[in-house]
Design a protein around this ligand. Structure first.
Ligand SMILES: Cc1ncc(COP(=O)(O)O)c(C=O)c1O
Length: 419
């Protein structure tokens, strides 16, 4: 692939053309915001449209992906895991090996280039697991821009390592104590901040959610994952994968992998949501397991709400999947039957976390572990010559405290281990 064609290729999809000009994916998506944000979003959309087709911008983006992020990320054949599961061959798309440890840096780099072009002096972001916050603080440090990250107070606690990383990078982390004190509340605060100071501020949103053009723009910046995976899979196995699997929080790593394959009808697509303590318990974040749709945080999509339409609180052991909304393109892919959405519980994800760590020497993020948990179910149902590509969206270092606490251990800075 030539440098320029890498990003450009996404413009040339043959049959699948979404969203429409108003940012709708069928009945989903759109732009439902306060009037004060409309012009900021229009300015962002116009800049994005202009630059995404601009060869200088494409070259800058591709260069940053190569030299700052470290792309292409490898596609790794997990031979021992495949052998153990006794079915399809499992290939891991190693987004955990990117600079800062997850896929989030792909869209942070892209949005930072836009911010620079627009002359913005201040960057804001929301974060759940902290990976998007770290990625944003990283690109802001690189550009020498002020950076403010909103993070639910509950997530500040469970992702202490990433909070400190953001501070070291020079960002101000503001704990959000409203609502469930998780990702949705952090997004609310970031939107509030943006409404107050739209002129100088660029909001680097961390997933394929929110008002148009974010779902489309973040997807496009992440679509490098699928383009690389397609080429790598063909080189390594001589064919396209039989199935793709990725976890779905807001949905950015999943859309990044899926998008390139949407027109390849023989490739099955599975998005894995957080089943938490089980669907019946009500303690989960499996938005697609229900049938509720509505407008939330600037877009229309599937969501978790009560009979009156009030958003209900989600739950997951993994901060990055703990969100009651989902990106509108996932809702659309579900509706047209192109992708299937399943879930993995906390326990299943934790077991998959331990399995990959022990079998392959790779410690996955708890978010990615949900995708791996579904792979453990899917692989044995397929033949040995079939191929599953799973997106290993991030590395698990940030989750070691959470796993240790579940094991009844407390890690501390001095002795390393207590309990
Ligand atoms: C490693 C990792 N994977 C997945 C996610 C979920 O986000 P998304 O669904 O947008 O990929 C997060 C979010 O923080 C994350 O840190």
């Amino acid at each position: 692939m030539s440098d320029q064609s890498k990003s450009q290729k996404t413009l040339d999809k043959e049959t699948y053309q979404q969203p429409d000009n108003s940012g709708h994916f069928g009945q989903f998506g759109g732009r439902y915001v306060a009037e004060t944000l409309t012009s900021a979003l229009q300015e962002l959309e116009a800049t994005y449209r202009e630059l995404w087709r601009d060869s200088t911008f494409q070259a800058d983006f591709d260069r940053d992906l190569a030299h700052f992020v470290g792309r292409p990320s490898p596609l790794y054949h997990a031979e021992r895991l495949s052998e153990k599961l006794g079915g399809a061959q499992i290939y891991l798309k190693r987004e955990d090996l990117n600079h800062t440890g997850a896929h989030k840096i792909n869209h942070a780099v892209g949005q930072a280039l836009l911010a620079k072009h627009m002359g913005k002096t201040r960057i804001i972001a929301e974060t759940g697991a902290g990976q998007h916050g770290v990625a944003t603080a990283t690109v802001a440090a690189r550009l020498g821009l002020e950076c403010v990250v909103y993070m639910g107070a509950k997530d500040v606690e469970r992702q202490a390592l990433n909070v400190y990383r953001m501070k070291l990078l020079g960002a101000t982390v503001i704990p959000v104590t409203s609502g469930s004190q998780t990702l949705k509340d952090a997004i609310n605060e970031a939107l509030r901040d943006w409404v107050a100071r739209p002129e100088e501020t660029f909001y680097i949103l961390g997933t394929v959610c929110g008002p148009h053009p974010y779902p489309e723009m973040v997807r496009d910046f992440q679509s490098i994952i699928g383009r690389e995976a397609k080429q790598q899979c063909q080189e390594m196995t001589g064919k396209l994968p039989d199935a793709l699997v990725a976890c779905v929080g807001g949905g950015s790593n999943a859309m990044g992998l899926f998008y390139e394959f949407i027109d390849d009808q023989d490739v099955k697509i599975y998005g894995v949501e957080a089943g938490g303590l089980g669907i019946e318990s009500g303690e989960h974040a499996a938005r697609m397991a229900g049938d509720r749709k509505g407008v939330f945080q600037g877009q229309r999509s599937f969501l978790m709400c009560d009979d009156d339409g009030q958003i209900t609180e989600s739950y997951s052991v993994s901060a990055g999947l703990d969100y009651p909304g989902v990106g509108p393109e996932h809702s659309y892919l579900r509706e047209i039957g192109r992708a299937e959405y399943v879930y993995a519980t906390d326990d299943e994800a934790l077991a998959a976390f331990r399995n990959l760590t022990r079998m392959e020497g790779i410690m996955p993020a708890l978010e990615s572990s949900h995708a791996l948990a579904y792979v453990e179910k899917l692989a044995p149902t397929l033949e040995k010559d079939q191929v599953i590509v799973v997106n290993l969206s991030g590395r698990g270092d940030k989750d070691i405290h959470t796993v240790a606490a579940i094991d009844g251990l407390a890690l501390d800075g001095k002795s390393g281990l207590q309990g």
